[in-house]
Design a binder for this molecule. Structure first.
Ligand SMILES: [Zn+2]
Length: 267
């Protein structure tokens, strides 16, 4: 699903497809100017937002694959954040810790069950308790498999219930991670900085933060804003803890944030 990007040279918009790296090397079709667009967002956020857009657009079945992928990528995000946080606490150099993490992740990258195993241990080590929410019932794994692998055509209500469950779990774990999420964000900033360092002078760097269904807990002021024209929109702060059920939490987020997703649609 493309999003509109504004050319920093002529201010005209063009549709851009999300790149897997969230780094987009672009050439404006209107003026020919070159620019590089860095989107400060994580894969799990992009995937969940794509799922939400599909759900709201009437593509309930297609939405399930995006929500399921969002949860898997969130588990990876958690492992990265927790591991880099731990490395920082023990005085390990960030780059060295990240290299070790990348090399370790390669052993689990192609099998999601292995990744869930990594996540379970990361959660235990960080929180000191069992990740009781990992039961397949709680994760909606049976529903996901019926839809994705057996062609089940789910009614929208079932997809909404699944999305609500995934949303509530990610939202809760992001809350528990708190400042710890900043370590995974720093890894993204470093990847952006490495790409930026190799850009020729004619290429203008543009940094964007897109609104989405999840709040971001970004490193305050530790970004690269000073290095290029920034278009930063801070996302709303965390709401106070409530005792809503999953569907209510998701419904509330949909009302508040889905209109923001609309702005991301390419015109
Ligand atoms: Zn242009």
């Amino acid at each position: 699903m493309p999003f509109p990007a504004t050319c920093p040279h002529c201010r005209r918009e063009q549709p851009v497809e999300f790149a897997d790296s969230l780094i987009h090397d672009l050439k404006c079709p209107h003026c020919g100017g070159r620019f590089c667009l860095f989107v400060r967002k994580h894969k799990f956020e992009v995937l969940f937002d794509l799922g939400t857009q599909a759900l709201l657009g009437g593509y309930a079945r297609e939405a399930v694959a995006s929500f399921a992928a969002a949860l898997e990528r969130f588990f990876e995000f958690y492992v990265r954040a927790a591991t880099l946080e731990r490395a920082a606490a023990t005085g390990q150099e960030f780059g060295a810790a990240e290299t070790l993490l990348d090399r370790t992740w390669r052993h689990v990258a192609s099998q999601s069950e292995r990744q869930v195993g990594m996540f379970a241990l990361a959660y235990l080590l960080r929180e000191g308790r069992e990740p009781e929410f990992l039961g397949s019932q709680a994760l909606g794994a049976d529903f996901r498999n019926r839809v994705i692998h057996r062609g089940y055509l789910p009614p929208r209500t079932e997809v909404e219930a699944y999305a609500a469950r995934v949303f509530a779990l990610i939202d809760r774990l992001l809350g528990e991670l708190g400042e710890g999420a900043g370590h995974a964000e720093l890894a993204q900033e470093r990847a952006f900085a490495a790409h930026l360092a190799n850009l020729p002078d004619v290429v203008v760097a543009v940094f964007e933060e897109h609104p989405g269904m999840f709040r971001a807990r970004r490193f305050g002021g530790a970004g690269l804003e000073g290095l290029g024209p920034a278009k930063s929109a801070r996302r709303p702060a965390a709401p106070p803890p409530t005792r809503l059920n999953d569907a209510q939490v998701f419904g509330q987020a949909l009302r508040e944030r889905a209109p923001l997703l609309d702005r991301l649609k390419s015109r």
